[in-house]
Design a protein around this ligand. Structure first.
Ligand code: HEC
Ligand code: HEC
Length: 207
């Protein structure tokens, strides 16, 4: 039964992908995006960010930034180079409509997760780190322009925080740089673990 439901969901989303805003995404996604980000943006490898349920305007902005080179990534700059505006809009529409999932946090990592929860909701007043929740929201769902962090691979979150810190990611308006530069490695790993296990709408947050 479960398998049938999954199959149906895949079939339905494949149909949606083809129909998105009149733009045919099926070949593009099958031949490129899906290899790394999965059929529905639920990347199976921790090396690649999850796109499923990511916010639409944020996705559009990132794809434009990869295309014009203002967000630097060898892989994604090449992937986005030939995308048309219509394809970018349709891709953002498709991935943002896919369901979110969270990661299970191992029992042995609970203490680290608790540190992450503290940083996420309270920040660190001794090092001037504001609560992440102020911008990314209580359940890390973000909003139109702010990325969703809930359910993201922690490896990716760690890498992005490091990239903001060392200025290899500079396509935002410097907010994340000023935050990331004060985070310790422990805090980065803790907060990444915490958000990877979150889902919004009364999910297993537990405060
Ligand atoms: C070979 C693997 C690969 C392929 C194929 C690929 N990507 Fe990516 N994608 C990545 C990696 C790696 C990153 C993280 C880049 C970074 O570190 O900044 C990424 C990041 C992204 C992001 C930013 C996510 C975020 O949370 O900021 C978006 C959006 C995205 N990819 C969309 C796409 C789309 C659409 C396609 C198909 C046209 C595609 N990708 C094809 C590997 C891939
Ligand atoms: C003042 C608002 C603000 C606060 C506070 C904030 N962020 Fe952000 N964050 C942003 C914005 C804006 C972006 C999007 C940058 C862009 O458009 O490229 C972002 C992007 C990110 C990303 C990249 C997501 C992706 O999919 O690539 C991560 C990871 C992140 N923030 C983590 C955090 C963490 C962890 C904290 C708390 C320690 C935090 N942020 C606090 C505004 C904020």
């Amino acid at each position: 039964m479960h398998k049938v439901a999954i199959l149906l969901a895949v079939l339905i989303s494949a149909t949606t992908a083809r129909a998105q805003g009149g733009v045919d995404l099926s070949a593009l996604m099958r031949d490129t995006c899906s290899h790394c980000h999965g059929d529905t943006g639920d990347a199976s490898s921790r090396m690649y960010p999850r796109l499923a349920a990511q916010n639409r305007d944020y996705l559009e902005k990132q794809l434009r930034n990869f295309r014009d080179g203002s967000r630097v990534s060898d892989i994604m700059n090449a992937m986005a180079a030939a995308l048309t505006d219509a394809q970018i809009v349709a891709l953002a529409e498709f991935y943002s409509a896919q369901p979110a999932e969270k990661h299970r946090v191992r029992t042995s990592k609970r203490a680290l997760e608790a540190v992450g929860s503290y940083i996420y909701h309270e920040g660190n007043e001794y090092t001037q780190i504001p609560p992440c929740a102020d911008c990314h929201g209580e359940f890390a769902a973000g909003d139109e322009n702010l990325p969703r962090l809930a359910g993201q691979h922690r490896h990716y979150v760690v890498e992005q925080l490091m990239a903001f810190e060392n200025r290899s990611r500079t396509n935002d308006n410097a907010i994340m740089h000023s935050i990331a530069k004060n985070l310790t490695e422990l805090e980065i790993n803790a907060v990444a673990l915490y958000v990877s296990g979150l889902v919004e709408e009364g999910g297993a947050e537990g405060n």
